[in-house]
Ligand binder design. Structure first.
Ligand SMILES: Cc1cc2nc3c(=O)[nH]c(=O)nc-3n(C[C@H](O)[C@H](O)[C@H](O)COP(=O)(O)OP(=O)(O)OC[C@H]3O[C@@H](n4cnc5c(N)ncnc54)[C@H](O)[C@@H]3O)c2cc1C
Length: 415
C-alpha cells in the first residue's frame, strides 16, 4: 500500500497535532492523524488554558538552584521528585541546571518570545474557522505577590519580558482588588499583563478543531504506534500492532511520549514527563474573572466553563507511574487560601504529562537524518500557547514556504 501523494501523517491528536493538522488541511494538504486515544485525551485535556504572547521566561533561571531544596522539602511545595525515579531523571535535571546560566536564559527567552508572540492571533484564526471563538477570552493575566519585596525578587524575570516588548503594569493592593476582587487580601501587589488570553476549555478546543478538520476532509484514526521504520534517509512505515502504515511526510506530535517513539528510529532526545495536576471546582461561590498566578506557590487559578481550575505542580515520576492524588489536594488547599470565598469545593482532579525539554524550548522542524520526518513536540509548560504557532510553522515547511520565524533554536540536534 502506498501513501497518498503529498500526504502528511501526524502521530498525536493533542493540541499540537490537531493544530498542525488544522493548518495543513486549510492549505489543502491531505492529512491523517493517528492517536491511541480520542483527540485531546493527553496533556492537552486539562491544562490551565493560558495563551500568553508574553510568556518568555524559561523554567531554569539564574539563582534557581538555591530555591530547589526548599521546594523539595516543603510537602506543599511546587516541585516533587519520586526518589525511585531520581536516577532516571538525573541526566535531564543536570541539563536543566545548565540551561539556567545567564547567557542561555537570554537566548531561550528570545526564542520563547518569537514562538509565543503571534499565538493569540493564530488562535483567533483557528477558533473562528472551527466555530469555537467563544473559547478564547482576552482579559489579561495577573501575577500575585504577598509583598513588594517578593515582587522585586522576580525583577529579572519581569525585565526579561519588558526587554522583549511585553506590556505589563505593576498594581498595588487597591488596584489589584478593583481588577480582581476574588483574591485574598494578603496579596498586596501584582503584575498585570493585559495582552495575555486564555482558553475556557482546552479539551473542547482540541475537539472543536478536530471536528472541523474532519469536516474538511481530514482523517483521524485510532491506533498505538509502536515504532518508526526507516529505510535509508526516510521513515517508510509506522508499526502499529500487526500493521505497517506507510507514510510520506511524518510529523511526530506525540507529546511526552515522543522520545520513546523516536528511540525506535535511533533518535535520542532529552524529554521528561513533567507531571502536572489540576483540581477543578465545579460550582465555586465566587468565580475570578482573570487568570491569576500565585507566584510563591507557583500555581494558577483559571476561570473555566467547567468550573474554577487550580493547576500546577512539577512532578518527576516518569510516564508510567500512577497519579499521586496528594499533589492535587495540595492545589486545592492553596486554592482555598487564594480565593477565600470559594464556598462549595466539590471538584474533579486530573494529572497530565507535560513534554519537557531541559531548556524549556520545544523541538520544531525537520529531522537532520530522516528527510521526511518533522518534529512538533516538547512544549513543556507552554504547549497550548505554543501549538497554534507550531502548527502554522509545520504547515509552512510542508508547503515549501519559508517559516515565519527562524527555527534554529528549536532544532532537535541542539542538545
Ligand atoms: C497542570 C498543567 C497546566 C498547564 N497549563 C498550561 C497553560 O496554561 N498554557 C499552556 O500553554 N500550556 C499549559 N500546559 C502544558 C500543555 O498542556 C502541554 O504542553 C500540551 O498539552 C502538550 O500538547 P501535545 O499535543 O504536545 O501533547 P498531548 O496533549 O499529551 O498529546 C499527545 C498525544 O499523543 C498520543 N500518543 C502518544 N504516544 C502515542 C503512540 N505511541 N501512538 C499513538 N498516539 C500516541 C497521546 O495519546 C496524546 O493524545 C499545562 C500542563 C499541565 C499538566
Amino acid at each position: 500500500m502506498r501513501p497518498e501523494p503529498g500526504s502528511v501523517t501526524i502521530v498525536g491528536a493533542g493540541i499540537v497535532g490537531i493544530a498542525t493538522a488544522s493548518w495543513l488541511i486549510r492549505r489543502g494538504v491531505p492529512v491523517t492523524v493517528i492517536d491511541r486515544d480520542e483527540p485531546g485525551s493527553g496533556c492537552s485535556f486539562g491544562n490551565a488554558g493560558g495563551i500568553c504572547p508574553g510568556s518568555c521566561v524559561p523554567l531554569a533561571m539564574p539563582g534557581m538552584l538555591k530555591k530547589v531544596p526548599g521546594w523539595l522539602l516543603d510537602p506543599e511545595g511546587p516541585l516533587f521528585v519520586r526518589l525511585a525515579y531520581l536516577p532516571r531523571a538525573l541526566p535531564w535535571l543536570l541539563r536543566f541546571v545548565r540551561a539556567g546560566d545567564m547567557a542561555a536564559v537570554e537566548r531561550i527567552a528570545d526564542a520563547l518570545r518569537a514562538l509565543h508572540a503571534p499565538t493569540v492571533e493564530r488562535y483567533r484564526e483557528l477558533t473562528a474557522w472551527a466555530g469555537c471563538a467563544d473559547l478564547l477570552v482576552e482579559r489579561g493575566q495577573l501575577f500575585l505577590y504577598e509583598s513588594d519585596a517578593e515582587r522585586e525578587g522576580d525583577a529579572f524575570g519581569w525585565s526579561l519580558r519588558q526587554r522583549r516588548g511585553v506590556a505589563l503594569e505593576v498594581l498595588d493592593g487597591d488596584e489589584l482588588r478593583q481588577l480582581e476582587p476574588a483574591v485574598a487580601p494578603f496579596f498586596t501587589t501584582a503584575v498585570y499583563l493585559p495582552e495575555q488570553a486564555q482558553c475556557l476549555n482546552p479539551h473542547r478546543l482540541v475537539q472543536a478543531l478536530a471536528a472541523r478538520f474532519v469536516a474538511d476532509g481530514g482523517r483521524i484514526e485510532r491506533g498505538r504506534i509502536d515504532a518508526l521504520v526507516g529505510g535509508g534517509r526516510r521513515v517508510t512505515h509506522l508499526r502499529c500492532g500487526a500493521n505497517d502504515i506507510p507514510v510520506e511526510t511524518l510529523v511526530i506530535a506525540a507529546g511526552a511520549w515522543s522520545g520513546r517513539l523516536l528511540k525506535t528510529a535511533g533518535i535520542a532526545v532529552p524529554l521528561e514527563a513533567e507531571r502536572g495536576y489540576h483540581v477543578t471546582v465545579a460550582e465555586p461561590e465566587v468565580m475570578p474573572r482573570i487568570q491569576s498566578t500565585w507566584c510563591r506557590r507557583k500555581f494558577v487559578a483559571t476561570p473555566q466553563e467547567t468550573g474554577l481550575r487550580f493547576a500546577g505542580t512539577d512532578e518527576f515520576a516518569g510516564l508510567d507511574a500512577p497519579p499521586d492524588e496528594r499533589r492535587a489536594m495540595v492545589l486545592l488547599r492553596h486554592g482555598k487560601r487564594m480565593i477565600p470565598d470559594l464556598g462549595d469545593t466539590r471538584h474533579t482532579t486530573w494529572m497530565g504529562h507535560r513534554p519537557g525539554t531541559p531548556d524549556s524550548l520545544p523541538v520544531i522542524g525537520r529531522d537532520p537524518r530522516f528527510s521526511n520526518l518533522l518534529h512538533a513536540f516538547g512544549h513543556g509548560h507552554t504547549g497550548l500557547m505554543g501549538a497554534s504557532v507550531t502548527g502554522h510553522l509545520i504547515a509552512q515547511i510542508v508547503v515549501g514556504e519559508a517559516p515565519s520565524i527562524d527555527l534554529a533554536p528549536y532544532r532537535i540536534d541542539r542538545f
